[in-house]
Unconditional design. Structure first.
Length: 451
């Protein structure tokens, strides 16, 4: 009898008594594991039952896309013209019990992949369901390749290995295009080269800077191609833009979107920094948003990063305020195209916002910014955004932008184009089609070679 068959009736009886699943899981590790296995089993069943997100034609290829905080790129790939079939796999629903196979010291970049005790953990993980999953993916989806935003996930690598044994290649369509010129990023490259060297069969990058970065990690030139950022297509297709109503916002009401961040982000590698260098800057930015929402008839959205560690802290900070905090990986571009003003710091979304003609305000100033400036992505040197030098200056710019006084000049729009070209190679609304066509051609060559 499967965990699903056992847990189903039991959970219903417990719910009737007011006992939640989360409370049930907290009672004992074996209960928690059984619930996680059941969720994984149910998701796997639904994945194969639901079929592909996009159905192509017989002359196209079939890809399974590993959606790790990759929603906007997945949407763009699914919207692209072409004959290809796309299945979308959600790792957060599939690998629910992965922590029971890999202890903390074996996760992420904490050790060399496959070395020492981790070798046994990988073998157990494969035996439990990865080998069977790979076989079922090959048998039921007929995939020609796996597409993933990274091959560094410790729980994905066993699947990559099992698929390759079946003759299925893995293509990384890298989702990180803003490599800061910092010692931290160089150290990160060194750690990845040592612990998680490249294992995918081909890599597609947003720009040459990221390609060169992966060369330092160990990727060979012949397996790397610069094609651009798939999700940039969205900004060139207004017919894909959801309405404010669809986003849970108010039509015909001014919208200010501020992208928040963790207080040590862009500076840490794996361990949190106790001094939280950006805390004061973030507090001042949040305070400006809060005061604006209280003062004006304007909708203010604070958009958190999909993997923001301090999300709960941010939510608590705005409790009771007329400010909406939004999380998740599927709304940043949607909010940008509907915003009247965009505010942010060191996020890729600031460069994406420069694909529009809207006021973009870079909220970076103060001692910490001056201290770490040399290692930051040079958004503030792009010429494509407004640069307040204090909280008071940010207040002034926000109100000026809402009053229509900060529309980008022709000179600023030219600077934006030059800067976005640097990070989003060939952004023209057709990047996703080029990525899928390139992946199809690669899969065809791989298949011929594998045979």
């Amino acid at each position: 009898m499967t965990p699903t068959n056992v847990l189903g009736p039991l959970i219903e009886r417990l719910r009737a008594r007011g006992i939640t699943i989360s409370r049930l899981q907290s009672m004992h590790p074996s209960i928690d594991r059984a619930v996680r296995i059941a969720r994984r089993t149910l998701y796997t069943r639904e994945f194969f039952r639901a079929g592909p997100r996009r159905r192509g034609t017989p002359d196209g290829k079939t890809f399974v896309i590993f959606n790790h905080c990759y929603d906007l790129d997945v949407d763009a790939l699914c919207a692209a013209d072409g004959p290809h079939t796309l299945w979308v796999l959600d790792p957060f629903k599939l690998f629910t019990d992965v922590l029971y196979f890999f202890p903390p010291e074996q996760r992420d970049l904490n050790c060399v992949y496959g070395a020492g005790a981790m070798r046994e953990s990988i073998a157990g993980f494969k035996a439990a369901y990865i080998t069977e999953l790979a076989q079922r993916l090959r048998r039921e989806t007929h995939l020609d390749a796996l597409i993933t935003p990274s091959d560094v996930f410790y729980y994905l690598r066993p699947l990559i290995e099992e698929l390759r044994a079946l003759g299925v290649p893995t293509i990384v369509q890298d989702k990180e295009g803003t490599i800061a010129p910092s010692a931290m990023m160089e150290e990160h490259a060194r750690v990845m080269a040592d612990r998680y060297p490249p294992i995918a069969d081909h890599y597609y990058f947003w720009n040459e800077t990221v390609r060169d970065y992966w060369r330092r990690i160990g990727a060979r030139d012949e397996v790397m191609t610069v094609l651009g950022q798939p999700r940039s297509d969205f900004f060139f297709h207004a017919d894909r833009w959801p309405s404010k109503t669809a986003l849970g916002l108010t039509e015909n009401r001014p919208l200010v979107v501020a992208f928040t961040y963790d207080a040590d982000t862009y500076l840490r590698t794996t361990e949190a920094l106790p001094d939280r260098p950006w805390k004061q800057l973030r507090d001042e930015t949040h305070a400006a948003m809060r005061d604006l929402a209280r003062e004006r008839d304007v909708e203010v959205v604070i958009k958190a990063h999909p993997q923001q560690v301090e999300l709960a802290e941010v939510v608590d900070e705005f409790a009771g305020d007329p400010v909406k905090v939004v999380a998740g990986a599927n709304s940043a571009s949607h909010l940008i195209v509907r915003a009247d003003v965009i505010v942010g710091f060191q996020s890729t979304v600031m460069i994406e916002a420069m694909l529009t003609t809207k006021p973009v305000i870079y909220a970076g100033w103060g001692p910490a910014h001056r201290k770490y400036e040399a290692g930051l992505v040079p958004i503030h040197h792009s010429g494509g955004c407004e640069l307040p030098d204090s909280r008071a200056d940010l207040d002034r710019m926000l109100r000026a932008a809402l009053d229509g006084q900060l529309a980008p000049s022709p000179e600023m729009l030219r600077a934006r184009r030059a800067f976005t070209d640097r990070y989003f190679y060939g952004a023209d609304g057709s990047v996703s089609k080029r990525v899928l066509d390139a992946a199809a051609a690669f899969a065809q060559r791989f298949s011929a070679t594998y045979r």
